[in-house]
Design a protein around this ligand. Sequence first.
Ligand code: ACO
Length: 330
Amino acid sequence: MSIMQMLREKAKTNVKTIVLPEGDEARTVKAAAILKAEGIARPVLLGNTEKVAFAAKEAGADISGICVVDPETSEKTKVYAEELYELRKSKGISPEDALKLVKDSMYYGIMMVKTGDADGLVSGAVHTTGDMLRPALQIIKTKPGCKVVSSAFLMDCPNKSLGENGLLVYSDCVVMPNPSAEELAHIAVSAAETAKTLCGIQEPRVAMLSFSTKGSAKHELVSKVQQATQLAHELRPDLLLDGEMQFDAAIVPEVGQSKAKGSPVAGRANVLVFPDLQAGNIGYKITQRIGGAECFAVLQGLAKPCNDLSRGCSVDDIVTTVAATAVQAQ
Ligand code: ACO
């Protein structure tokens, strides 16, 4: 069973309420109908009720029985505005600003998650990554013990000898443009947790990637990864984590054996931590487009699950991401 199918099945075992702020968007209403019909999640669609109903009719999606909320007129809008004002007044927000913000579906959805009225949120079919991330970072914040929010791409590769039966976790490919060594260490720990809790990988083996393997090159960029490796060991001494190492040393057993002999990770890594966002974002796209991997991303390190879609996403991508969000909420 693929990771996508596995997550859908797991989501059904403990059904969660997931809010979809882009409720009047064609792919989103179709996904909501599937989520309800298959019992993967209880979707909540946000938007003007007439616009949502029109989008569903146009898309041929049966959204009967699905909760639709209009942030402009909802009885909760005032309550959320007061709560948002309390949360952000130290940042200079006024009560009027807070009310204006929660009438925006993205902020309303984030407030639903913050207050526990929803278990998670999925958005990004229309909004950019930044539009989706900023309210989540400002309001939901990081979970205890974790310094940064980052992302993990679950890469389901056709070559099943790679990683964990073809599954590789790539991090960070979405959020942090240029993490410090300390931030990179936190990204590595979060990625190992994602591998275990979301993907069911019993033994995450984390490789800290670089253009150098075990001191083969000397450069300040290499030093950052070496320092991050050391800090990650201090954060989680129990983790199988090693670095710095090159991509081939991480995933090809013979190369790992020759370049990093004795490493518990080299040649058999299933979690790959990239040194910065340029490397991570380019790396996942190469794996997807040239390597033929199926993939999708989740955010990690947030106190409650909120996930971003690509604007080019399909209905199927939305269903999978909602399933993953529901599993994170379990
Ligand atoms: N973890 C935790 N908190 C964070 C993080 C983080 N990684 N980044 C920012 N924050 C917090 C800040 O501390 C701040 O909190 P505060 O307001 O309570 O003080 C709040 O979030 C806003 O911070 P800003 O610095 O104002 O946010 P910024 O404008 O830098 O936006 C963002 C943050 C959106 C994550 C930015 O770093 C970004 O644009 N990242 C790249 C996104 C992107 O384009 N990815 C690639 C495309 S996606 C794809 O290809 C699939």
